[in-house]
Ligand binder design. Sequence first.
Ligand SMILES: [Mg+2]
Ligand SMILES: [Zn+2]
Length: 208
Amino acid sequence: MGRIEGDEDLIIEVMDSREIRGGITDMNKALFWDLQGTLGGEAVASIEFFEAYPFSKEALKLAKDNGFKNIVITNQSRIGKGLLPMEVYKREEERILSFFNFEEPLIEEIFCCPHLTSDNCRCKKPKIGFIEDSIEKYGLDIKDCFVIGDMGMNEIVMAHNAGCKGILVLTGGGQGSLGEFRDTWAGYEADIIAENALEAVKAIIEER
Ligand SMILES: [Mg+2]
Ligand SMILES: [Zn+2]
């Protein structure tokens, strides 16, 4: 495009609005990831023991390359219980983000709920406070979004509450969610059951 003398401001404005429009039309879908038991670590251990599963980076990259933003939502009631100081949590969050985002940014953001159920906050899964915040912040169309996690009572119920599809992975507490803890999310069904995070993303891409 030719440059018009004296119109730099206008050109910049046009570029800005194009960027904003592009953000809303092209990048308007997200995967809401659970962290522990889904991208690594164990379902209920402290985040200090989190190590990514070998396929997790590839899963996030595949999602990103297919136009999804990767947003992580984690319940960390250990913080609220006084078992995990917030500064330790923050350090661990940094460690995990640097690992996943080292080669290229794969995760947009990690949202953490530090509360106990008795705090009655709006962000503890299966509540959808962080999904609502993400929709607003990233201009998401919830119908194109998915929740992926290993706990039926958290992620699958949250997907239902948000009005999007929920994928249960069989890592972490996934097997238990389908077995001895099935009663904790009775009445709900996963839209997809996948072996792990990578298989979940593949299934999502196939479905679309
Ligand atoms: Mg989990
Ligand atoms: Zn909360």
